[in-house]
Design a binder for this molecule. Sequence first.
Ligand code: S3P
Length: 170
Amino acid sequence: MKNIVLVGFMGTGKTTVGRALAERLGMEFVELDAEVEEREGMSIKEIFERYGEPYFRDLETEAVKMFSEKEGLVISTGGGVVLRKENMDALRKKGIIICLWADPETILKRTSKNSDRPLLNVPDPLSRIKELLSYRRPFYEQADIMITNDSKDIDEVVKEIMDKLKEKGL
Ligand code: S3P
């Protein structure tokens, strides 16, 4: 069984949808950010503060490499995983890549509930979201399947993903 890999910007619902999808399909769920935090014994926010983004990106790539070797997982990734080609190449080897997409306003609403995303801890997070989204868009568009997740409920998104997987014979 192939891995199902969820990519997408912060606040697009990767973790919530991934967990529900894994349950529905009886697959194991892995969240790469949580794995990095557990291995380092520190939150992502602390890792950024103490060691900076490039250090975090290396840890993220290590986690990608470790889990993309396995099979039958639903893998939820951090929003920036798409930025390194080596991450995407590794994830694609045994996985199908699904991107969740949402509008900047939806993302702002979802991410402003807490301050655990260092990249959005800026005076004008909406502008930052728009800026990062437009830069990253071509990277997200490399996914095999694109799903928008602005106002749908989780079951709807899960069903849409399952239908698309079926269409692809998976
Ligand atoms: C990041 C997204 C975060 C986390 C880190 C960087 C990004 O994950 O990996 O704060 O660069 O988009 P989520 O997408 O799960 O919030």
